[in-house]
Design a protein around this ligand. Structure first.
Ligand code: FES
Ligand code: FES
Length: 186
């Protein structure tokens, strides 16, 4: 049996916003540090660096993940979407547009994480996933209404030190409505 490798670095290929990036990383490098320090994708923010604030939220295969608790080497072969990858050419993602229109931010530091989280929240809700405040979780009850309480609960992993929560909740509700109308029009 071959002796275990003593190397502490590996080449990793990360697929981010549709583009592949190959880099050599220390095995302890988090996805957050790889994005920010190695790939200049600084839209994803570092707040607590310990999984508690949500500022570093990205989408991994469409689901929310805090990039500070994810090792870059473990993100190989996953579809990584950061806030830089949400807009289509000059057209903002409906969640980005709603945050802009409704002032869903103050300093803006938490905003990329809030927006990535909200994109997944809307998908999770539309797919019928219940939350801790959903009254009736039976499958036959269908998709619960996306009330302000539902949005607050589902977005509770994203902290905002500026306290822009009222506008953030409104922006998520507006974006969810826009998505429903868009889907109905197709
Ligand atoms: S920086 Fe990742 S959760 Fe706070
Ligand atoms: S807008 Fe400043 S931390 Fe949220």
């Amino acid at each position: 049996m071959a002796p275990p490798s003593s190397s502490t670095t590996s080449a990793v290929t990360l697929k981010i916003n549709g583009d592949k990036h190959t880099l050599s990383v220390d095995h302890r490098t988090t996805l957050l540090d790889a994005l920010r320090e190695r790939l200049d994708l600084t839209g994803t923010k570092k707040g607590c660096d310990q999984g508690q604030c949500g500022a570093c939220t990205v989408l991994l295969d469409g689901r929310r993940a805090v990039a500070c608790l994810q090792l870059a080497v473990a993100a190989e072969d996953r579809e990584i979407t950061t806030v830089e990858g949400l807009a289509e050419a000059d057209r903002l993602h409906p969640v980005q547009q709603a945050f802009l229109d409704l002032d869903g931010y103050q300093c803006g530091y938490c905003t990329p994480g809030q927006i990535c989280s909200a994109v997944a929240v809307i998908e999770e809700h539309a797919a019928g996933w219940p939350s801790a405040v959903t009254d009736d979780v039976r499958p036959e009850a269908g998709v619960p209404p996306l009330t302000a309480d539902e949005i607050r609960e589902r977005m509770s992993g994203n902290l905002c030190r500026c306290g822009a929560y009222v506008s953030i909740v409104q922006a998520v509700a507006r974006a969810a409505e826009a998505q429903v109308s868009q889907e109905a029009a197709v």
